[in-house]
Ligand binder design. Structure first.
Ligand code: GAR
Length: 214
């Protein structure tokens, strides 16, 4: 079996994006595997999806922590223990502290239901409809300390229809989120694997050069 990048997925709810990643990871040549799912909500449907797929799932209820930093530091320990290289936010409805983000540099991916930089934050579909945009969509991006502002990995657009409600627009966007997340994770994981290979070659050539010089 080819080498795979270990991924943890953080959720708060339904977990349809998680399901899209679980389904993508089934393909033998997909470069990532989900090693852990964490939910901050005990009743998140995504927990069931993870368990049905045989993936370790943990609930860390943020209300049991006295501060954001305390919750984030526990989360960081659990993620480190899972040995994941990437953290995928999939409907994880909590802002991560700057210290958490800095502990996982270039390693956190987030799917957001708008064409960033338009409509960061919450109630994206309501705001898109109010603004009268003709297209909306979703964005997969790396997470930085600034909310919904990190480097963009990819975007997918959908038309906004005259009779759209936030719900109908959300459903149309969600279908694209699932495809974009699976594709974007594949791109990022492949890039990590390629860099690892290049590092290994560099290391090997340094070793052989030093052997020649010996
Ligand atoms: C998705 O639309 C995702 O983009 C959004 O929550 C939904 C979760 O659905 N995330 C955010 O708004 C994060 N700011 P899911 O639980 O079915 O994947």
């Amino acid at each position: 079996m080819s080498e795979k990048i270990k991924v943890a997925v953080l959720i708060s709810g339904n977990g349809t994006n998680l399901q899209a990643l679980i389904d993508a990871c089934i393909a033998p040549n997909y470069p990532a595997e989900i090693v852990l799912v964490v939910s901050n909500k005990a009743n998140a449907k995504g927990i069931k999806r993870a368990r049905e797929a045989g993936i370790a799932a943990r609930i860390i209820d943020h209300t049991n922590f006295s501060s954001r930093e305390e919750f984030d530091s526990e989360l960081s320990i659990i993620l480190s223990n899972s040995q994941c290289k990437l953290v995928c936010l999939a409907g994880f409805m909590r802002i991560l502290s700057e210290s958490f983000v800095n502990t996982w540099p270039n390693s956190i991916l987030n799917i957001h239901p708008s064409l960033l930089p338009s409509f960061p934050g919450t109630k994206t579909h309501e705001r898109a409809l109010e603004a009268g945009v003709k297209f909306s969509g979703c964005t997969l991006h790396f997470v930085t300390a600034e909310l919904d502002a990190g480097p963009i990995i990819g975007q997918a657009a959908v038309p906004v229809l005259d009779n759209d409600t936030p719900k109908t627009l959300a459903n149309r966007v969600l279908i694209e989120e699932h495809k974009l997340y699976a594709l974007g994770l594949e791109l990022v994981a492949n890039k990590i694997l390629k860099n690892k290979e290049a590092d290994l070659h560099r290391e090997q050539s340094t070793v052989s050069k030093s052997l020649i010089n010996f």
